[in-house]
Structure formats: structure tokens, C-alpha cells
Design a protein around this ligand. Structure first.
Ligand SMILES: [Ca+2]
Ligand SMILES: [Ca+2]
Ligand SMILES: [Ca+2]
Ligand SMILES: [Ca+2]
Length: 423
């Protein structure tokens, strides 16, 4: 079953639960995490669980700086279908062995059943700077055994912590998250794209998938992962966001914010036409925006959400809906529309971070915002539920204003995880 069909089945299943169970709350005790495979994996590996029982159970994986310089790793269930919704749970304290919050990047996903006790909660990855400028890659699996495992020693071979950026996605479509690392080559801004494929228990040796030429982008681009291709074949593509490039728009050469995509799933990745040009003259700005990928509409096609700062303060949330009709290009994205106007109410672009996750199990990913608290160090976590055509008024899903939480001393990532209904 492909991802699109799976989402449709999911929505149908929830309708049944709601009707027979009275409310989604009735399902809270019946949601169990999946290990071993997620829906896409089962479609490849020869299906096991009925698709109608599968729901998204994403985790927010938080890394928080310790006074010693180390870090705490936390997980917070993001789905209200699960016990512990919105409540951070400490996974591991890394105050030994040289682990450093400031000298590492942390991401999370579903990289495999890493230990015998892996329970399908977030697996954490630590991309750690070494004294010689290289990298060590550590993993902390979900479940009881949180001993960090050294997966790759990248202190040699030309690896540079400073020149690399780790990302998470499933680029070969087997249902396990893979690590994708963009690495500057030092040659006129060219970028190598490396993939560390998961084998279901760990990330295997890095493979060089592509070299992206710098082209005419003035600013270093941002890279995202998402299955943007029209057929939604289940393999994440590499999406490149460029700023201050000049393109003819409406017959006029203009500075634009531009999104393009690379195919994944083979050793021959290549750049295709940009799917969006946002002219500077219309207010689009690379530096004043950030992009997210996910299925916000619930149709199984990946959408791009752009969170954009506004000149007089606040934020607009734009939706570029993914589409499947024939546009003559391999990729398809509809013109952006505003899904939420947060220009009032104290919303700050610089003082917030956003993610996408399905927080209510309806198959539509919702916007999740972590917001700083002015002069106070803490955090409020908001969810903006997707209706399929817009976002509902944000509501607080976790109040981390006290308890030692610091917006400035933490970072987080969403792990896309799954579970089943029983009964
Ligand atoms: Ca795992
Ligand atoms: Ca994979
Ligand atoms: Ca969609
Ligand atoms: Ca949702």
C-alpha cells in the first residue's frame, strides 16, 4: 500500500473509532507503538498489520544544554492518541565522555530496531564535532537501552563538522529513516550529498549520491527532505531553497526566493526545474522565511509550508500544496496560499521554531510551534491543527515556562513514528 492509500485508510479508520468509541480519547488506551516496521516498510517487506489499524505517533526529540556543557535528551509524545501527550520524558543524560551540546547537532527518527528493547519511540542521532574537525556519529535508540552507540568514525576521509549538515528522511523508500548529509566540497560552493542508509538495525556506510553545483545562488542554500515528486513514490527527495537568485518572472528579471528538487532513490540524482519563484518585490525573502515539508492536507502528497516573518512583526504561514496532475515537470506544487495570519498576538519569527507532526491522528500533519517567552527562559509549545484547508487557532500543548527549560539552550526535531490500534 502506498503512502497515499495508507493515509486514506487511516482517515477511514479514525471515523470508525470516533463513531463506535465516542471520541478519540477512547483510543488513547489502545494506541501501541510499532517496532520493526512502519507502514511504508511493510508495503515493501510484505505487509503484516492491517493498514486500518496504523496511526502516526510522532515524538518531539529535544536536546537540552546542561550547565556542564553536556546535554539531556528528551522525548515528548506529540499525538493526543498516546499516553504522555505533551509531557517531556527524560531519555538520557549525556554528561560524560566529552558529549557537548555546543559541539554537536542532534536529530531524530526511526532508524531501526537499534537494541533488543527498542520500543519504537524516537531514535536520537548525535553528529558530534571532533578535536581535529572531523565527526563521530552516535545513536541512542528508543526504549530501555539508552547506551550511546558509536556508528561511524568520520575523523578521517575528508569529513568536516563545520562543512556538513545532517538531515533525516527515507530516501530509498523502505520505511526506515536514513541519514542524509550535505557537505560543502570547498570548490566554489559545490555541495556533496551523502546518504547513510538504514539496514533496519543501524545506519550503514555513507554513499555519495550526488554533487550539487553551486549555480548562481548568492547565499548558501537550505536543504530539506520530502517526497515532492508527482507520483508520491515514497522516496524522499532533496529540496533546495535558494535566496537572491535572479529569474525571469512575468518577463522581468527579478531577485527571487526559489525552491527546486532533486530526485532520490538512485545514485544518479539530478536537479530539476524550480517549483516556486517568490519575487523579492512581492515580499518573499530567503532570510525571513523557513520551510517545512509534510502532508498537511492529508491527501498523501507532500506539501511545503513556509513560515514567513512580516515587516511589522508577526508571522504568516503559507501553504504550497503538493499536486499530482501533469505540469510537464517531475515535480508539482500549487501556488502558495495563506493558511494562518499570526501578525498579531505576540508571535515572533526570530523567537520561534516550527515543525510538522500529526497531533490528533487524523492523517493531516499539524503545525507545532515552540515559542520563546520574552525575558523569561522557558518555552510554550503550541499546536495549530490542520483542517485540510487551513490551520485552527493555536492551542498550548505543553507549558515549559518553568522546570529549568530554556528556549535558547535547547533544540528539537520531530521523529515520524507509528503505532497501531488494538481492539
Ligand atoms: Ca528505533
Ligand atoms: Ca530508508
Ligand atoms: Ca498534501
Ligand atoms: Ca492532524
Amino acid at each position: 500500500m502506498d503512502r497515499k492509500m495508507w493515509h486514506r485508510a487511516l482517515v477511514a479508520a479514525l471515523v470508525i473509532v470516533t463513531v463506535t468509541g465516542g471520541a478519540t480519547a477512547a483510543a488513547a488506551d489502545e494506541a501501541h507503538r510499532l517496532t520493526g516496521a512502519d507502514p511504508a516498510h511493510e508495503s515493501v517487506g510484505g505487509g503484516v498489520a492491517p493498514a486500518s489499524t496504523v496511526v502516526a505517533l510522532p515524538d518531539l526529540a529535544i536536546a537540552h544544554r546542561l550547565p556542564s556543557g553536556g546535554m539531556n535528551l528528551w522525548r515528548m509524545p506529540l499525538s493526543e492518541l498516546e499516553d504522555g501527550f505533551g509531557q517531556p520524558q527524560l531519555v538520557k543524560t549525556l554528561d560524560f565522555g566529552g558529549f557537548s551540546y555546543d559541539n554537536s547537532r542532534t536529530i531524530a527518527g526511526d532508524f531501526g530496531d537499534i537494541t533488543a528493547s527498542d520500543d519504537g519511540t524516537a531514535d536520537h542521532l548525535i553528529w558530534h564535532r571532533q578535536p581535529n574537525g572531523g565527526v563521530l556519529l552516535w545513536a541512542v535508540g528508543g526504549g530501555a537501552d539508552t547506551t550511546p552507540r558509536l556508528w561511524h568514525d568520520l575523523r578521517t576521509g575528508g569529513w568536516s563538522y563545520a562543512a556538513s549538515t545532517p538531515m533525516v528522511g527515507d530516501v530509498n523508500g523502505d520505511g526506515w529513516d536514513d541519514l542524509v548529509v550535505t557537505h560543502s566540497t570547498g570548490n566554489r560552493g559545490d555541495t556533496n550529498i551523502w546518504v547513510f542508509p538504514s539496514d533496519g538495525t543501524r545506519l550503514t556506510a555513507p554513499q555519495h549520491w550526488a554533487t550539487k553545483r553551486s549555480g548562481d545562488s548568492v547565499l548558501p542554500p537550505r536543504f530539506l527532505l520530502g517526497d515532492l515528486s508527482r507520483d508520491g513514490e515514497g522516496r524522499d527527495d532533496v529540496i533546495e531553497v535558494q535566496g537572491d537568485v535572479y529569474r525571469f518572472v512575468g518577463g522581468t528579471l527579478q531577485s527571487v526566493l526559489q525552491y527546486g528538487a532533486w530526485t532520490s532513490g538512485s545514485l544518479q540524482s539530478y536537479y530539476t526545474d524550480a517549483v516556486f519563484y517568490g519575487p523579492k518585490s512581492a515580499g518573499w525573502s530567503f532570510g525571513s522565511s523557513r520551510q517545512l515539508t509534510g502532508d498537511v492536507t492529508g491527501d498523501g502528497l507532500i506539501d511545503v509550508v513556509t513560515v514567513h516573518a512580516q515587516p511589522k512583526g508577526g508571522i504568516l504561514v503559507w501553504m504550497h500544496r503538493g499536486c499530482s496532475y501533469d505540469t510537464g515537470t517531475q515535480y508539482c506544487m500549487e501556488a502558495p496560499v495563506v493558511w494562518q495570519d499570526l501578525r498579531t498576538g505576540g508571535w515572533s519569527f526570530a523567537g520561534s521554531r516550527q515543525h510538522l507532526a500529526d497531533t490528533d491522528g487524523d492523517g493531516r500533519q499539524d503545525l507545532v510551534s515552540l515559542h520563546s517567552q520574552g525575558g523569561h527562559p522557558g518555552i510554550l509549545v503550541w499546536r495549530h491543527r490542520s483542517t485540510g484547508t487551513g490551520l485552527e487557532t493555536p492551542e498550548v500543548m505543553a507549558d515549559l515556562k518553568t522546570g529549568g527549560w530554556s528556549y535558547a539552550s535547547s533544540r528539537e526535531a520531530v521523529a515520524d513514528l507509528y503505532g497501531t490500534f488494538v481492539g
